[in-house]
Design a protein around this ligand. Structure first.
Ligand code: ADP
Ligand code: S3P
Ligand code: MG
Length: 177
């Protein structure tokens, strides 16, 4: 069915706090594939952490680095790719993802998202600076349909990361792996 590995990545999209980074690591360990997180690649390429990129260069510059990171992540060996929550905003990024693998959107209810993004690693998401709860509500509204393009969805609200990884694997088309 597939002539090479070029279109056979697993690509995880979803709102901030749905668990993309966490689940990508579990999946890559389980499958023995490389794991790439576009946020990590962006920070490496820029030589500074994401909040500093937003502060010094602005969101537009971050989004350009993000598009490059998406393209690079999907051009190498077969990988599990965790994207940042806003990577789906550009049509060209969405198209690349759909062309180069199985795209899974993680979802979670608002209360779970708020709990997760306000516990560990608070301050690492510049778009949630200030009143994080209000920002999550606003962004959830403006991104209401942003993740609908994915091939599959997995709700993470009542699942552990291990259970999310399992559900994601169960949702692959038969024979796809
Ligand atoms: N299924 C889950 N249930 C509970 N907490 C989770 C779950 N998935 C991730 N988390 C926690 O939520 C926070 C955000 O997870 P992360 O993987 O960074 O999300 P994302 O990359 O989608 O923003 C982390 O503290 C992580 O441990
Ligand atoms: O939703 C967004 O626009 C963003 C999500 C973040 O990634 P996570 O979704 O992994 O938190 C990170 O890329 C940046 O802070 C912007
Ligand atoms: Mg992440």
């Amino acid at each position: 069915m597939h002539s090479n590995d070029f279109s056979r990545n697993i690509i995880i999209v979803g709102f901030m706090g749905t668990g993309k980074t966490t689940v990508s690591r579990l999946l890559s360990a389980r499958l023995g594939w490389a794991c790439l997180d576009t946020d990590e690649e962006i920070a490496k390429a820029a030589g500074k952490p994401i909040p500093q990129i937003f502060a010094e260069d602005g969101e537009a510059a971050f989004r350009d680095l993000e598009s490059q990171a998406v393209e690079n992540a999907l051009s190498g060996e077969r990988s599990v790719v965790a994207t940042g929550g806003g990577a789906v905003l550009r049509e060209s990024n969405r198209k690349q993802m759909l062309d180069r693998g199985w795209v899974v959107a993680l979802t979670a209810d608002k209360a779970s998202l708020i709990r997760r993004v306000t516990s560990a690693a608070a301050g690492t998401r510049p778009l949630l600076a200030g009143d994080a709860e209000a920002r999550v509500a606003q962004l959830l509204e403006s991104r209401r349909h942003a993740y609908d393009f994915a091939h599959a969805q997995v709700d993470t609200s009542a699942r552990t990361p291990e259970e999310v990884a399992e559900a994601l694997l169960q949702g692959l088309p038969p024979g796809w792996l």
